[in-house]
Write a protein that binds this ligand. Structure first.
Ligand SMILES: Cc1cc2nc3c(=O)[nH]c(=O)nc-3n(C[C@H](O)[C@H](O)[C@H](O)COP(=O)(O)OP(=O)(O)OC[C@H]3O[C@@H](n4cnc5c(N)ncnc54)[C@H](O)[C@@H]3O)c2cc1C
Length: 358
């Protein structure tokens, strides 16, 4: 028996993969419905198709590029393959339905409280009842109680993501706007020509940054819904396994730090964990490839965090150079290990920013 806490993308996909291999899987979700509340922009690269066959009704919009805007400069990068804006609620439910159809059992309105590790099994308490399981998986998001209870929480660092769905007329509904500012970054992701997801991510002063972007971009916009949440920063020292307890997705801080995406990373980790459990392999070892990219992303974030407005302008100006732009257009941002060195070779002036790593 494998017990998964949390029915987000990571937990649902893992449940499906394990059930497909004939494992007995139980998923416990604290909310009474799956996918609610939404706390995400739902933007993913085309590489999601290498992991899943997406149903068309989950796709809200397809994006052909993004415009990066700093204080005094801007540049547009066109994607080789369109990015996808997901309906996050439908996406989570689609993954859960797949897992249920394959044989996984779901227990909703079930809140995990604590666990006790034994050599051959794990005991845990959910909704005041005690359960016994062979393996316990924490797919329970950034504030993971499983991580806390199994001594794997550590000192986490979070960015605060504030987002609203607003009525906003978009002249080009296939282009994302990305705002780079000192201490924050912001986004406007169109759903169509009349609705957009506007948000900011920062370590502090989040309300200020969010209000200022809203004011700048759509001072009179009608807010349809708030969808805010926190984003855990990847930490290479994060423990992902303690005996028979594993962590996955945001619970394991498996997010790409520069843009804070975590959907593809959680799904990728689910593939590794399913393999580790069913083939008795080392989970951490199987995460090596994912962690390599997350590490590169983490370095990029460390540098960006120290940028002044002038540095950001200089960066945007360097990206305008044909060769740099072409590398960014042709490679998938989920996998910086494939292009970071190429970028530095094509534009050695980018190396000057590495002073911020010291
Ligand atoms: C504002 C914002 C915008 C974002 N935009 C993007 C984006 O555009 N693209 C992208 O890839 N990523 C984005 N992310 C990140 C993305 O949302 C997460 O990386 C992703 O949701 C992680 O999936 P998960 O399954 O690990 O965790 P979650 O989606 O957090 O799911 C965890 C589940 O566990 C449940 N749970 C928690 N505690 C318990 C408990 N004690 N007992 C039972 N159940 C519990 C929760 O209810 C939830 O259903 C964004 C995040 C934020 C905050």
């Amino acid at each position: 028996m494998i017990s998964i806490i949390g029915a987000g993308p990571a937990g649902n996909h893992l449940a499906y993969l394990l059930a497909k291999k004939g494992q007995n899987v139980n998923v416990y979700e604290e909310h009474k419905t799956i996918g609610n509340p939404v706390q995400c922009t739902g933007l993913v690269t085309d590489s999601i198709k290498q992991i899943l066959d997406l149903k068309e009704n989950i796709i809200v919009n397809k994006i052909k590029g993004f415009k990066v805007i700093s204080k005094s400069s801007s540049v547009q990068i066109n994607f080789k393959k369109p990015n996808i804006v997901l309906d996050r609620m439908k996406f989570d439910r689609f993954l859960a339905d797949k897992a249920i159809d394959t044989g996984a059992n779901y227990f909703l309105s079930h809140k995990f409280e604590s666990c006790r590790l034994n050599k051959d099994f794990v005991e845990f308490i959910s909704n005041n009842k005690q359960f016994k399981t062979d393996y316990l998986v924490g797919a329970d998001g950034p504030f993971s109680l499983v991580a806390k209870s199994a001594n794997m929480y550590h000192n986490r660092r979070f960015m605060i993501g504030l987002q609203a769905r607003v009525n906003l007329h978009m002249t080009d509904s296939e282009i994302i706007e990305v705002y780079l500012g000192q201490g924050y970054f912001g986004w406007v992701v169109p759903e169509d020509t009349n609705i957009a997801r506007i948000g900011t991510a920062s370590y502090k002063n989040s309300n200020e940054f969010f209000k200022s972007l809203l004011k700048k971009r759509s001072p009179k916009a009608k807010i349809r819904e708030y969808q805010s949440g926190v984003i855990p920063m990847f930490n290479p020292k994060q423990k992902v396994q303690n005996g028979r307890v594993f962590l996955i997705g945001d619970a394991a801080c498996q997010t790409k730090n520069p843009s804070h995406g975590g959907i593809i990373q959680g799904l990728t980790a689910a593939e590794s964990l399913s393999k580790a459990i069913t083939e008795n392999k080392n989970y951490k070892h199987l995460l090596k490839k994912l962690n390599r990219d997350l590490n590169y992303n983490s370095l990029i974030r460390r540098v960006l965090d120290k940028f002044s407005e002038n540095d950001l302008d200089r960066l945007v100006n360097l990206v305008q150079k044909t060769k740099v732009k072409s590398i960014l257009e042709n490679f998938d941002r989920d996998y910086p290990s494939k292009f970071l060195f190429k970028l530095l070779i094509q534009e050695p002036r980018l190396l000057s920013f590495t002073k911020y790593l010291i």
